[in-house]
Write a protein that binds this ligand. Structure first.
Ligand code: NAG
Ligand code: NAG
Ligand code: NAG
Ligand code: NAG
Ligand code: NAG
Ligand code: NAG
Length: 409
């Protein structure tokens, strides 16, 4: 398993290999020579005689987050997670629909027992979070729970009990999404009561549990014709940081033209990462509480005409992958099997590839690097990836970490 621990950006200039990329990319990249496929316990140490020993890169403040899909636990055990992640999110526990307690399956119990201890024991210890809910959970269960003081208290109690039992550092709410104005008021109360409960619980002597939440790319929005606004005052007061889901702007739900589902800039609409992030800041959430989401997957289209293959090209349906969804690792295989050109689009800061009538919009090495640089320049807390298991040999995870560190120097 390749390690992507990045200790000293400066050192990279001394120990790199330049890979010549196909000319359409017109660029070169430097790579870590230290990947070791054969030994998963390989620990990096600085090469001798290349200059003074470097100081370690401080992780203070930087959130280099990643969601760990527990349903892929066997293929992706926590011991194999590289140290380029500083915050790991155990995805996901669900809620019981009547007691509002967290449901811990036997499989969860088995993996949660060692999750935190394994990640704390790494050379650069990571913080661990218990993520509750997620994209496949039932939003109406959260809505009912949050609407009532008794059920909020039951939920909060259970979340703290489970987090402590399994030694997590924090909790992460994945309510996707609050649907109404009432939901947003309930969410505000939930954050306030949850924060008060974790504060109170920390009087027992352990460090306070951290509180995070996954949120929509912008703080106010229309979905299904209902206007919604996140409770940004309560968020600023009670939540340690927000994982902003800066992706899925486009996809199988509209196949008329190709589109980049996680583009940084869009000059014709407000559906972009730069707009989402700046509107969270304008709404009053401090930049240092925002964590930018990076998708390690693409969305695919079927082109109308193979000769017309830019962003916004006419399309007739979804392309390859599972219902128009493709993990980065599969995109790399697809591109290579089909000799598909990879294009970096500077205007939107996104990447696409195409072959025949197949078209894939995603983030490659360069767009990841530019987006991380943007997050750093904006003073954000960091970034997170969705999800571990989609990367190609940790390439994008490594690049994100490296881009964050080098932008600070
Ligand atoms: C979600 O939960 C509500 C009530 O708890 C239930 O009525 C609804 O059928 C559930 N939806 C799905 C998709 O399971
Ligand atoms: C609140 O939830 C509790 C427990 O789930 C339930 O007994 C009570 O009736 C609910 N109250 C209201 C006003 O819905
Ligand atoms: C949760 O509730 C139980 C039972 O009332 C109580 O003993 C425990 O202290 C509570 N835990 C927290 C963290 O509030
Ligand atoms: C689909 O996307 C195109 C291009 O952005 C837009 O013009 C069209 O209105 C969208 N269709 C629907 C049904 O949203
Ligand atoms: C984008 O948002 C700004 C302010 O938030 C608004 O003034 C503008 O009309 C929006 N543009 C589009 C294309 O919706
Ligand atoms: C990904 O990493 C491997 C080795 O770890 C390297 O050979 C390959 O060129 C990288 N690919 C990209 C697209 O960065």
């Amino acid at each position: 398993m390749a390690r992507c621990r990045v200790l000293v950006p400066l050192l990279w200039s001394m120990i790199f290999i330049v890979h010549a990329f196909p000319t359409f990319l017109a660029s070169t990249y430097s790579y870590n020579t230290l990947d070791d496929e054969s030994n998963s316990d390989y620990i990096w140490s600085p090469p001798l005689a290349t200059g003074p020993a470097p100081a370690p890169t401080p992780l203070s403040g930087a959130i280099k987050g990643g969601y760990w899909p527990s349903w892929k636990a066997e293929a992706l055990p926590p011991s194999t997670i590289p140290t380029c992640f500083s915050h790991l999110f155990y995805a996901f526990l669900g809620l019981d629909t009547s007691s509002y307690q967290l449901g811990v399956t036997q499989h969860d119990d088995q993996w949660m027992k060692s999750f935190t201890n394994t990640l704390h024991a790494k050379q650069l210890p990571a913080k661990t979070f218990l993520s509750i809910g997620g994209g496949n959970s039932n939003a109406s269960t959260f809505s009912t729970m949050a609407s009532n003081a008794t059920s909020r208290a039951a939920f909060i109690n259970s979340s703290i009990e489970v987090a402590r039992k399994y030694n997590f550092d924090g909790l992460d709410l994945g309510w996707e999404f609050p649907n109404t104005k009432e939901d947003m008021s309930s969410l505000s109360l939930l954050f306030e009561e949850w924060y008060n409960a974790i504060e109170y619980e920390s009087l027992s002597g352990q460090p306070r549990l951290l509180l995070a939440a996954g949120v929509y790319f912008a703080p106010s929005f229309f979905l299904s014709d209902v206007y919604r606004e996140y409770p940004t005052d309560a968020i600023s007061k009670y939540v340690d940081f927000l994982n902003v889901m800066c992706f899925d702007y486009h996809g199988k739900w509209n196949t008329s033209v190709t589109a980049e589902h996680a583009l940084l800039y869009d000059k014709s609409t407000n559906i972009s990462t730069s707009y989402g992030i700046s509107s969270w800041i304008e709404a009053g959430v401090p930049a240092e509480k925002l964590v930018m989401g990076l998708p390690l997957y693409g969305r695919t289209w079927q082109l109308l005409d193979p000769e017309v293959h830019g962003i916004g090209a006419p399309a007739v349906g979804v392309g390859p992958g599972e219902d128009g969804f493709m993990p980065y690792i599969d995109i790399i295989d697809f591109n290579s099997a089909n000799a598909a050109p990879e294009v970096y689009d500077e205007e939107t800061v996104s990447t696409y590839s195409y072959s025949g009538t197949n078209w894939i919009g995603y983030d490659g090495v360069k767009s990841i690097r530019e987006k991380v640089k943007f997050a750093n320049d904006q003073g954000l807390a960091g970034y997170f990836i969705w999800s571990l298991g989609y990367d190609n040999n940790w390439n994008l995870s490594t690049e994100a970490s490296r881009a964050w560190d080098s932008n600070n120097n």
